[in-house]
Design a protein around this ligand. Structure first.
Ligand code: NAD
Length: 376
């Protein structure tokens, strides 16, 4: 008998609906292939458009309350936000702030050059790029405890706070060593260049006190994790090295905002942001979310690449497999990951971001067929 898992779906803005529909198609194929029992709750509407559709008055769907969120085994969420509405809404995009309220401190963002995808870097082949950005997800520039000073209705001063705590540094760096050791979410464990399991610490120590603490914590833990190669670089240099020698990197841990920026750059190194999957993970909860935003420039045309969402959902199953000790879920992630590779390698079906002419739906259907045929 399979164990039943409740998976809460949250929609979002722009291309969210179309990529999530394909993700669900693939989840259904994994149920059939691996004998899983996944109960999908929703997906419920959330995001900026939800506010506009409801005259900017709060009123999330009645069932979509905190209890439903906390009771789900895991969650997937589409991108939220629309450029014209940024900073203008009276509340958040979701009923609770998932990253902080569920304490999802580890944002895991793989960057892999997959088969059949042309690199934007000259001479790089499949497998030459295979690193993970491990972004601290609850601190630094996004703690939201700053404020504005207004006089006579005019904004005169804006303050943001850069906050890094010992607890925050310790747990994300510990997670980094664990990830380097396990090789989870990668094509292969270790760096493509030499197979070495390596944890790179990338921040701006010597300049900000928070990054001094981050680096100091890394140095302390590196001494206790001598099986993992140690490497540290300033974040500005890392943005250079990532392009000049991407094969050197295995796991790269960094504070919140650097991780946000570097993971979009890594989307380019993969060939498209539409290939960039990610999970936001903590010790108890996790949600799947593509690295990119709502892509309003292509929304509604049915041409977005759903791979980012499909891979995020696969990673979510793997996280749940570890949490519940269920190997079938871990196998399902491998199946999804290799099905994406199989479709990309054949190159017959691809979306316009990868210079193809196929639709979001056609690509999603090809991946779900490949899941059913997977040898994993
Ligand atoms: P974006 O990530 O939405 O788009 C950047 C570029 O990547 C665009 O050219 C877009 O077409 C392309 N792209 C993104 N996803 C793609 C896919 N699946 N397939 C093919 N191409 C894809 O960034 P943006 O335009 O700066 O932001 C749009 C909105 O999204 C903003 O309101 C922003 O606040 C929001 N946003 C939300 C999240 C999130 O919910 N996690 C993350 C980033 C941005």
């Amino acid at each position: 008998m399979s164990r039943k898992y409740k998976i809460l779906g949250l929609l979002g803005d722009g291309i969210a609906g179309e990529i999530i529909a394909e993700g669900i198609k693939v989840l259904k194929a994994t149920e059939e292939k691996y004998g899983l029992d996944l109960e999908i709750l929703g997906p419920y509407p959330i995001g900026a458009k939800y506010w506009v559709d409801h005259d900017l008055k709060r009123g999330w769907p009645e069932e979509l309350n905190k209890d439903l969120i906390l009771e789900a085994d895991t969650i997937f969420k589409g991108p939220t936000g629309l450029p014209d509405l940024v900073g203008k809404l009276p509340g958040g995009y979701t009923p609770i702030n998932l990253r902080t309220e569920l304490d999802l401190y580890a944002n895991i963002r793989p960057c892999r050059l997959r088969p059949g995808v042309a690199s934007v870097l000259t001479g790089r082949k499949t497998g030459d790029i295979d690193y993970i950005i491990l972004r601290e997800n609850t601190e630094q520039m996004y703690v939201n405890i700053g404020g504005l000073m207004k006089r006579g209705g005019e904004t005169e001063l804006a303050i943001d706070n850069y906050v890094q705590t010992k607890k925050g540094c310790e747990r994300i760096i510990r997670y980094g060593f664990k990830l380097a050791r396990s090789g989870e979410y990668k094509g292969r464990p270790g760096a493509p260049l030499d197979g070495k399991r390596r944890l790179t610490c990338a921040c701006k120590w010597g300049l900000t006190k928070g990054d001094d603490l981050f680096k100091e914590t890394y140095d302390q833990q590196a001494a206790e994790n001598s099986d993992i190669e140690r490497d540290a670089t300033w974040i500005d240099s890392w943005s250079y090295y990532a392009i000049m020698k991407p094969s050197f990197y295995d796991i790269v841990v960094m504070p919140n905002q650097y991780g946000d920026i570097m993971s979009d750059m890594s989307g380019a190194l993969q060939g498209s942001l539409g290939l960039a999957g990610s999970i936001n993970a903590g010790d108890t909860y996790c949600f799947a979310e593509a690295t990119h935003g709502s892509a309003p420039d292509i929304a509604g045309r049915g041409i977005s690449n759903p791979t980012s969402m499909i891979l995020s959902m696969g990673m979510m199953l793997n996280w749940l497999g570890d949490k519940r000790g269920d190997q079938k879920l871990k196998l399902a992630w491998r199946g999804i990951d290799s099905a994406v590779d199989a479709v990309l390698a054949k190159g017959r079906v691809r979306t316009p971001d990868l210079r193809g002419t196929n639709s979001t739906k056609e690509f999603g259907s090809s991946v779900s067929e490949a899941v059913l045929k997977s040898e994993q």
